[in-house]
Write a protein that binds this ligand. Structure first.
Ligand code: UDP
Length: 401
């Protein structure tokens, strides 16, 4: 896969062009959840001393944030207060207010946000309110499901961002279809490719992980469930957990690192009996999760990030969702959308029946999410956005041939 802009889009996608120099701590990287920490890590490293992390505290605890900061060698963030645990509007309002104060006290040259969380929207609005150039990483995803707050967040951010880093040509096409000016869009790839390559444990560590969990390579399922559509009602959660419970009786263990939202929902709905046959564990650290996902016979998940990671790991995934904003993973054969309940159990049995043939087929398919250089591209484009005069001077000195 090559990464390039369309004829309308002005930014060049070569990796080798040098970046304008950025002042230390001049790019505010706003994040608030586990997937943002994961996917922004390569960009924070590419920005180097120019990056300054602001954590909204949307998921602020050791399991979902603290250990990810350490594992991914991220710098100490400024952490906002009173954001986590509030309803959506309260989270956005509390973050926005504090971000505005922070950006006024020490104005960044650019603000970077990623994805579709409340932190993403708050960071974008705060940049917009102060006229600070805004970069949206992972722009242009669309589930076309307006029941999802994430869909609203990503659409709003895309329409106010100054630089939209689309992971795939399909994402860029979604933006153009909504009338976004092509000069603001760059097709960069997704930073997930480089973070998976960097964090995936080596063979000896993978073998030790299997030992620790009492599992055998290609002989277990790994599941994650946390989206509101699967956890907000007893019926929905009962359907997913019921299918996983049924699969656990067919001989292969089902490992389920449980998200705090799902634990609370299972207790609230009296569904903890459906967990009895599953190997329920606390949320895993990133390298451990990747090491186990990379050896699972089958992944079952409603996570956005896992839909991308399975294409780098070469493992099959059943996506327990009504819709997906990541059709590339489905079109390349890594993932399939299934509804919870009987469909999920039947689809899992069918995929497992393909065994090594399916794994061999997937191993030959490249990830649709890029070549592992997305972060370098985004860092350079961010530097050009933050230092427009330097970029313009260089363009005059080196006109495109
Ligand atoms: N993940 C992890 N440990 C776990 C479960 C997931 O490190 O026990 C990682 C996973 O690899 C992915 C990210 O967390 O990179 C996904 O987070 P989540 O499902 O919370 O968010 P989403 O991707 O749906 O936005």
């Amino acid at each position: 896969m090559t990464f390039r802009t369309t004829s309308q889009e002005s930014t060049s996608m070569t990796v080798s062009r040098p970046s304008p120099r950025l002042a230390p701590r001049s790019v505010a990287v706003v994040l608030g959840t586990r997937p943002e920490l994961v996917k922004l890590a390569p960009l924070v490293h590419a920005l180097g001393p120019a990056a300054r992390l602001v954590h909204t505290g949307q998921h602020w605890d050791e399991a979902m944030s603290g250990r990810f900061l350490r594992e991914l060698s991220l710098p100490e963030p400024q952490v906002l207060t009173g954001v986590g645990g509030r309803p959506r509007a309260g989270q956005i309002a509390a973050s926005l207010d504090q971000l505005d104060t922070a950006f006024t006290a020490d104005r960044p040259a650019a603000v970077v946000v990623q994805g579709d969380t409340n932190a993403t929207l708050a960071g974008a609005l705060a940049a917009n309110a102060r006229g600070i150039p805004l970069v949206h990483v992972e722009a242009g995803l669309r589930s076309h499901d307006r029941a999802m707050p994430e869909e609203h967040n990503r659409v709003m951010v895309d329409h106010i961002a100054d630089l939209l880093c689309a992971a795939t040509p399909e994402n860029a096409a979604n933006l153009r279809a909504e009338g976004v000016d092509g000069r603001r869009i760059a097709t960069t790839g997704n930073t997930v490719v480089e973070v998976v390559r960097a964090q995936l444990p080596g063979p000896a560590e993978q073998a030790a992980l299997l030992d620790r969990h009492g599992l055998r390579a290609d002989r277990y399922l790994l599941a994650t469930v946390h989206r509101p559509e699967n956890t907000d009602t007893a019926e929905a959660l009962g359907a997913v957990l019921g299918a996983l419970d049924e699969l656990a009786t067919t001989g292969l263990p089902v490992l389920l690192p449980l998200h705090p939202r799902t634990v609370a929902a299972a207790e609230r709905f009296g569904l903890t009996r459906l967990l009895a046959r599953l190997r329920v564990v606390e949320p895993l650290g990133y390298a451990e999760f990747l090491g186990l996902a990379g050896q699972a016979a089958l992944l079952v998940s409603d996570s956005g990030g896992v839909q991308e990671e399975c294409t780098v790991l070469g493992r099959p995934l059943l996506v327990v969702r009504r819709s997906t904003e990541r059709p590339e993973a489905v079109d390349t054969g890594f993932a399939a959308l299934v509804s919870p309940g009987a469909d999920l159990a039947a689809a899992a049995r069918a995929r497992l029946a393909e065994g090594p043939t399916l794994l061999a087929r997937l191993a030959a398919v490249p990830s649709p999410y890029g070549d592992g250089h997305a972060a370098e591209r985004i860092a350079r484009l961010t530097a050009e956005l933050a230092a427009p005069s330097a970029a313009a001077a260089r363009r005059i000195a080196n006109p495109p041939s």
